[in-house]
Write a protein that binds this ligand. Structure first.
Ligand code: AHR
Length: 795
């Protein structure tokens, strides 16, 4: 209760910050002792200065790489003739690139634009500057200081609320008795909601693709790893070389795949896969490689070996007689189950001068999901399918817009023959082969009955790009595709729609048909941009793409983007821009604390129903230390109950990120962890699965009365009632985030009193709890402490 008292004091302080003898006006001074952002102080005499908000940073730079890479040097603040504040700053200590932003109130700043120094000068010269005092101070009304200081206090207060978590529950709820609740469903108030609410967000982060969902077992099969992927990597990473082996580039298999290995007689090349190759006794594995002889023909032998060097499949022998690249295939059937096999290629010919070139060495399980060639790992795919996602967003995330324009994900590089796909570095610190490309994503969506939701860059790279675009000297969003190249980029976006939906007589429909899918993939959605800075560079390019898609493909729903947070400049300006452009749906992202979810339950109740719809494309509850546990899962369940109530405005959601390979994780928490043989689902996964399997298409209002009227208690009990028209079932979801039981009675009459239920419960910190089946008595329902209950009122 101590924190509550503190909140009350703070809230009171905010509302009564007015004094009898306050000045009419004061001076403001802006300062930045370090290049981390802008601070503000006030003074009545320009001698004694009072800092506003304990050195609070009212503005930070958004230029360049995450975190400490974003610097604000020498900020200069001035007021224009219309009373708007402007801040111009250098993004590094050379001063060659300057940033600009503006604000009405010094708290909400416009998205930043960056220009080379000379262009910024011209730009700023056009702003009519109101003269400031010689000492760079401004005279302002006292109310300005008061509102800045109230803003700071409110931010501090919100931080306290959002930091609420269950470790404080023993104190917060000491002596709390079980709560009685009465729920009355009001069938008179029903509204249509989206039945596409639960989807998944796939990004190649945490080894989600290569070494993960993509079932290829050989790492660096194309010898294309480079120091750009990771500084200690090169073309032979993951390979063990013995004897005469080197990497060459003359006359490669394909220009997109320039490196290959050259082996002299007696040499061996061994691949350890991704932390070992896991094989199952009796399972068949497709071995393939491209080879050509250098001078004379000869034989190579490929063996699957266990840790001790025993052969665990009948070896494959290939006679390499062609002087041109040729594909060789064989099936290896494992005789033993091991987690750490390796693949050895040995040059064992009797002729001394025998040498070969090798590329695209692949070992692929035949048992992929739905037994697709070049398919996805069956257990991981099944875990995703079990969520019953209505859509799959791919290929990211930040991976979509990339670290600089050259790293943008270009879908055409990810389709066609594997050896012709263009690998690239992955901005999460590793390599992308693009073996799991757009064709495979579309196929996977079809296989699990989900709509594909490809997201393409809006012509600008990731706002956290550290790479400078040599054409304009800018990084971040401003290093976007030059405007004179945008037509070609827009055509690429249009071609994707044709690739997915065009019939086999169209240019790109034909490419799809030739890849093995003559029927269309039924693309309905396309995302443009990923949490971009809403800069001028972004807006210009987004509008060009959006208008072209709208004109040529009005049947496609374009999903825009409104920044990486639930507030702030990209969110505000992003929403304004999307509404003004008439974008049908926008993609919101926020990773927040459980406390945020508790204290923002009306977040979407406040949304204007006439503005764009919402795709909550990335979200998760984050606790300190980033665990995935019952507390985070229940907070997400509570949030999803509030989202379901607003399922008329929020039409889609996807938890993020989806997959993470243990020992290769760049981001936590994730929905599903895995290693080479096991899939380890989280508690948060169970919540997604319960929502995915218990969705509805109409929402029904209800009234909940609690015996305990404490607001702290009330906000921890959430419910949602939906009806699924396909089954006719009424589905009641109940969240109890209290450390005590809630006894709940349903005040409606049904033909029965007992119904099947699923309950997820345990200690708040539990990481492994699984849902159990139960019978729920509507006259005497029990919601255990820290629980999520789904009741199906069946006929
Ligand atoms: O989900 C991980 C990352 O979070 C995504 O790549 C990005 O869009 C967001 O910042």
């Amino acid at each position: 209760m101590k924190t509550k008292l503190l909140f009350t004091i703070l809230a009171t302080a905010i509302s009564i910050a007015t004094y009898a003898n306050q000045p009419d006006s004061v001076y403001l001074r802006f300062y930045a002792p370090q290049p981390d952002g802008l601070r503000i102080a006030w003074s009545t005499d320009r001698q004694h200065w009072n800092d506003i908000g304990n050195h609070y940073l009212f503005l930070r730079s958004d230029y360049g790489p995450w975190g400490s890479g974003k610097k604000m040097w020498h900020p200069s603040v001035f007021l224009d003739g219309k009373g708007r504040w402007h801040c111009v700053f250098a993004v590094d200590n050379t001063g060659n690139v300057l940033g600009h932003t503006a604000s009405e109130n010094l708290t909400l700043w416009s998205p930043q634009d960056y220009l080379p120094k000379s262009e910024m000068r011209q730009y700023v010269d056009k702003i009519a500057v109101k003269q400031r005092n010689g000492d760079n101070t401004y005279k302002v009304a006292w109310q300005s200081v008061e509102s800045l200081s109230n803003y700071y206090k409110l931010e501090t207060y919100k931080k306290l609320l959002y930091n609420e978590n269950t470790t404080q529950d023993a104190v917060r709820f000491s002596g709390l008795k079980p709560v009685d609740a009465k729920l009355k469903i009001d069938f008179a108030y029903t509204k249509k909601i989206s039945d596409d609410l639960i989807g998944v967000f796939f990004e190649d982060i945490n080894y989600a693709a290569d070494g993960g969902l993509y079932a290829e077992l050989i790492q660096n099969r194309d010898f294309e790893y480079t120091a750009a992927d990771r500084k200690e990597w090169n073309a032979t990473t993951a390979w063990k070389l013995k004897g005469d082996v080197h990497i060459a580039t003359e006359n490669p298999l394909h220009p997109n795949n320039p490196h290959y290995a050259t082996l002299g007689n007696g040499a061996t090349l061994t691949n350890n896969g991704f932390d070992g190759i896991a094989v199952v006794a009796g399972d068949r594995y497709d071995l393939s490689l491209f080879a050509r002889r250098q001078n004379i023909s000869g034989k190579i032998i490929v063996r699957l070996l266990d840790k001790e060097g025993n052969t665990i499949a009948d070896p494959a022998a290939f006679n390499i007689s062609s002087k041109s690249w040729k594909k060789y295939n064989a099936i290896l059937t494992a005789s033993t189950t091991v987690k750490d096999a390796r693949l050895e290629i040995a040059m064992t010919d009797s002729k001394k001068t025998f040498a070969v070139n090798l590329d695209m060495v692949s070992l692929f399980p035949e048992k992929t999901f739905k037994n697709r060639k070049n398919g996805v790992r069956a257990d991981l795919a099944q875990a995703i399918a079990d969520l019953k996602p209505r859509f799959v967003r791919f290929p990211g995330g930040c991976l979509t817009h990339g670290n600089g324009i050259d790293n943008m994900y270009r879908w055409k590089n990810s389709v066609g023959a594997l050896e012709a796909r263009k690998p690239d570095f992955n901005l999460w610190g590793y390599h992308q082969t693009k073996g799991l490309g757009f064709y495979e994503f579309f196929q996977f969506c079809e296989d699990i009955g989900a709509s594909p939701l490809p997201v393409l860059a809006a012509g600008v790279p990731c706002q956290n790009t550290g790479v400078v675009n040599p054409k304009n000297g800018l990084c971040g969003q401003q290093g976007g595709i030059p405007l004179d190249s945008m037509d070609a980029y827009i055509q690429e976006v249009l071609d994707l729609i044709e690739y997915a939906n065009g019939d086999a007589s169209t240019r790109w429909g034909k490419v799809r048909a030739e890849a093995g899918h003559p029927q269309p993939f039924h693309l309905k959605y396309i995302g443009i941009g990923n949490e971009d800075l809403i800069s001028e560079a972004f807006k210009e390019r987004f509008a060009l793409i959006f208008n072209a898609v709208k004109q040529k493909h009005p049947e496609i729903t374009v999903i825009g983007t409104v920044g990486p947070f639930y507030e702030g400049s990209d969110y505000q300006y992003g929403w304004d821009f999307a509404a003004q452009q008439g974008v049908p749906v926008v993609d919101e992202h926020y990773y927040v604390s459980p406390g945020w979810m508790l204290h923002n339950q009306d977040f979407y109740d406040r949304y204007d129903r006439n503005k764009p719809k919402v795709y909550l494309g990335e979200y998760a509850a984050h606790l300190p230390g980033r665990p995935s546990n019952l507390e985070t899962a229940l907070a997400e369940a509570l949030h999803l109950c509030n989202v379901e109530r607003n399922g008329d405005v929020v039409t889609m959601t996807s938890y993020a990120p989806l997959l993470a390979k243990e020992q290769h994780t760049q981001w936590r928490p994730d929905l599903i962890y895995f290693d080479n043989t096991e899939t380890k689902t989280t508690v948060d996964y169970e919540v997604q699965k319960l929502f995915g399997n218990n969705g509805g298409d109409s929402y029904i209002a209800s009234d909940l009365q609690l015996s305990n009227k404490d607001e702290n208690v009330g906000i921890r009990i959430a419910r949602s009632v939906v009806k699924d028209s396909k089954t006719g079932d009424l589905i009641i979801k109940l969240v109890n985030l209290l450390p005590v039981e809630v006894n709940i009675r349903l005040e409606n009459t049904f033909s029965k009193t007992e119904f099947p239920a699923t309950i997820l419960t345990g200690n708040a910190a539990d990481k492994n709890t699984k849902p159990t089946s139960a019978i729920f008595n509507i006259n005497n329902g029990k919601l255990p402490p820290y629980s999520f209950t789904v009741v199906r009122i069946t006929k």
